[in-house]
Write a protein that binds this ligand. Structure first.
Ligand code: ATP
Ligand code: MG
Length: 412
């Protein structure tokens, strides 16, 4: 029996792989324009890192992490997200003693969720994290970067920015108390998951995807109505910044991140038509996390985008076809044809060598590749320092030296 892939962990081939690569490159390229430096961080981290940062009362740590004990007895996890590792690396490098740091990254994350369209067990995130800036200007710039990314991909018109504030250690505890009282009064009418969340992670109840829970929550108290003065001012400045930049948003008091280290700004970019997997990019401020992981008080704000979900919004892009396929006529011409292919590539062309053998098979290969030109290396021409260049669209052929061949390929 052939071995099958692990459930929820797809292979990305051909055009699908190209689309993911494009999403990565666009993200990193754009982030660099905003002063974000790429970092490459480990896929394996100590389990304790996620227990301390994400918390045991979350779905991620409670039931979705891939953990194992390595041969030395250390508890290791496949990272479920990128922020915790970024903070660990930031502290480990001693960077909390310096100024601001802006980081971006792209890479695989792992969560053992129920696989569905847009919900995978291995998925790719492009993320940005900004350390050391408490100003609302940092939130606005990060949102501008996220918005520009979606715009550059051509999906901005189909995506809506939802914005909220989660308050801080001053105003959230009294809010939380009120929310718990509200939820307790309706406990029986909430789903089993939400009932468990009331004491452990009450704000996450607001985010429940269950329609009957959402109906119960119509009159739930909102953090926005209970913000302290500092949080209220911060939120107002974020909104003013977005308006100044012409970035449309909607305030949505149900946007929560559910984790204690998230403070103030929280946001999601939600796409139409992706069902329960509609959030393509999410983030916010997490002023409490660096301290929670043993560092000093360092404010931070960040986001992560799910690239496989974004890919669902992009049109199928055809794979690029080679400029030319090189065909060797006869075994004697194999080595010269390989040299021709290399020479063309040095000139910047995308060239596939047809692999020698029968001429018929090689021409079929050129068709299959969708190449415009066949560069045919045959004994008679080669003796005179020439190759035959055939236009596969029109069938016309020319005997040319390499320099002339390059010129012809370039005219197209
Ligand atoms: P959701 O509510 O959809 O489960 P989340 O709050 O768990 O999302 P985050 O931890 O904020 O998601 O991750 C940021 C982004 O990563 C999400 O908005 C989504 O685009 C993507 N993402 C998260 N989990 C998955 C997954 N299992 N498969 C594919 N993409 C994912
Ligand atoms: Mg999730």
């Amino acid at each position: 029996m052939r071995i099958q892939r692990v459930r929820g962990i797809p292979d990305w081939l051909g055009a699908d792989a190209a689309r993911l690569r494009l999403l990565e490159e666009q993200g990193i390229g754009l982030a660099r324009q905003y002063g974000y430096q790429e970092v490459v961080l480990p896929v394996l981290e100590p389990k304790e890192l996620f227990v301390r940062s994400i918390g045991t009362h979350t779905d991620i740590v409670g039931k979705e992490m891939y953990c194992f004990e390595d041969r030395g007895g250390e508890a290791i996890c496949l990272r479920p997200e990128g922020t915790a590792g970024a903070v660990r690396a930031f502290l480990q490098a001693g960077l909390h003693r310096g100024g601001t740091q802006r980081w971006c990254y792209v890479g695989p994350m792992f969560r053992r969720e129920r696989p569905q369209k847009g919900r995978l067990r291995q998925f790719t995130q492009f993320g940005c994290e900004c350390f050391g800036l408490a100003s609302p200007a940092a939130d606005v710039e990060l949102l501008a970067l996220a918005w520009r990314y979606l715009d550059a991909l051509g999906v901005a018109a189909r995506v809506r920015l939802l914005l909220n504030s989660l308050g801080c250690s001053v105003c959230r505890p009294p809010y939380r108390e009120r929310l718990v009282a509200f939820l307790e009064a309706r406990r029986e009418r909430l789903c089993a998951d939400c009932q468990a969340r009331i004491t452990r992670n009450p704000m996450r109840v607001l985010d429940c995807k269950n329609a009957s829970c959402q109906a119960e929550l119509q009159s739930a108290p909102h953090m926005l109505d209970m913000l302290c003065d500092a949080c209220r001012a911060h939120f107002a400045e974020v909104r003013a910044g977005l308006e100044a930049l012409g970035i449309a948003y909607r305030v949505d008091p149900k946007i929560v991140r559910g984790l204690d280290y998230y403070t103030r700004t929280a946001f999601e970019f939600v796409a139409e038509g992706l069902g329960a997997q509609a959030t393509v990019l999410a983030g916010g401020r997490y002023d409490g996390l660096v301290k929670a992981l043993g560092g000093p008080d360092v404010p931070a704000v960040g986001f992560a985008a799910g690239l496989e979900r974004l890919a669902l919004l992009l049109d199928e892009a055809p794979l690029a076809a080679p400029d030319a396929v090189v065909i060797a006529l006869g075994e004697e011409m194999l080595a010269p044809s390989l040299k021709v292919a290399e020479a063309l590539r040095r000139e910047g062309f995308f060239v596939v060598h047809a692999g020698g053998g029968g001429a018929k098979r090689q021409f079929r290969e050129a068709d299959r590749q969708g190449a415009r030109w066949a560069v045919i290396v045959g004994e008679d021409e080669w003796k005179r320092g020439l190759v035959r260049v055939k236009d596969l669209q029109t069938g016309t052929q020319h005997e040319l030296d390499l320099e002339e061949a390059c010129k012809l390929l370039r005219t197209d």
